[in-house]
Design a protein around this ligand. Structure first.
Ligand code: GDP
Length: 297
């Protein structure tokens, strides 16, 4: 299960402080020390941990007395609030263009789950929002990626726009948008190329698609299992492309939680969706508050 170690440690800490009728500065000090260790063990970015612990220490010591809660509960509330805030506070929405189609560009490294997420997102848009998306195969380097998207399209009974591997990704994207307009499709989701590592060539290509197509959303797909690597990848993509949101995949795995807890603080971009499995209906809106509750019990 995701966050298992972190949840266990934080819940242990919480149990110890919960029943306290009086919370001393020493108690807060001990608690924050344990929170710090738990977060570092969960592979949360070092600076993120430092800032987080500083904030809970300040708030836990200087907090206003709330009559409805015991002092122990108040300290726990501080941790819960800050953990929620760390993951992005309120849940964020998906854009809708003034004039359809709304264009979403999917970016990320190979293997992160970009193509699968493209299919999942299309499925979600149709099921939850009654939308009518067009999927676009713009990874011209890997025929397998095009086939994969076409297979997903068949499973979903959704159209897939492809010009094979000889066309230019910018042309593919532009022609797909024209087709969507003609066919009254209100979302266009472009599955772009990925590489094994971040490189300039890939970034230049994505930049060109971005500046030509002017997407309403750029979703960066990252693998939660890769921890701080995911955070570094997110930083690079965001610097180049100014993404609008992150999709964190493989949260059904046993990730320690470092990526989920660091990405927002490091990139200032919200995690909008979470991949919870390989199937096409296993994509969920990311709810920071629910995630914090899952961690704190
Ligand atoms: P891409 O190279 O980024 O397009 O990655 P793919 O979409 O091909 O996905 C790579 C692998 O990750 C595939 O085996 C997917 O089934 C798997 N995958 C994608 N998202 C998730 C997820 O949320 N959970 C799990 N368990 N597997 C996922």
């Amino acid at each position: 299960m995701a966050f298992e170690g972190l949840a266990e440690r934080l819940q242990g800490t919480i149990q110890r402080i919960k029943g306290k009728g009086k919370v001393t500065e020493q108690d807060v000090k001990e608690m924050t020390r344990e929170v710090r260790l738990a977060l570092l063990e969960a592979d949360v970015n070092f600076k993120v941990v430092k800032d987080f612990v500083k904030r809970i220490k300040e708030r836990a010591v200087g907090q206003e007395v709330m009559e409805s809660l015991t002092p122990g509960q108040q300290v726990i509330k501080v941790v819960r609030d800050e953990l929620t805030e760390l993951m992005g506070g309120e849940q964020s929405k998906i854009a809708v263009a003034d004039r359809p189609p709304t264009v979403i560009m999917m970016v990320g490294l190979q293997g992160a789950g970009k193509t699968t997420t493209t299919g999942k997102l299309a499925n979600l848009l149709r099921k939850k929002y009654n939308r009518n998306p067009l999927l676009v195969a713009a990874d011209v380097y890997r025929p397998a990626a095009i086939n994969q998207l076409e297979t997903l399209g068949k499973q979903l009974s959704m159209p897939v726009f492809s010009l094979g591997t000889d066309a230019n990704p910018v042309d593919i994207a532009n022609q797909a948008i024209e087709q969507a307009k003609a066919e009254h499709q209100d979302y266009v989701i472009i599955d772009t190329a990925g590489r094994l590592h971040v490189d300039n060539e890939l970034m230049d290509e994505l930049d060109q698609i971005k500046s030509n197509v002017k997407p309403d959303e750029i979703f960066l797909v990252v693998d939660a299992m890769t921890g701080q690597d995911a955070v570094n990848v997110a930083e690079s993509f965001n610097e180049q492309l100014d993404v609008t949101g992150v999709v964190l995949t493989k949260l059904d795995g046993d990730t320690r939680g470092g990526a989920a807890l660091s990405i927002k603080a490091v990139t200032d971009k919200p995690i909008k969706f979470a991949g919870m499995g390989e199937k096409l209906d296993e994509l969920e809106a990311f709810h920071p508050e629910r995630m914090a509750s899952r961690i704190l019990g």
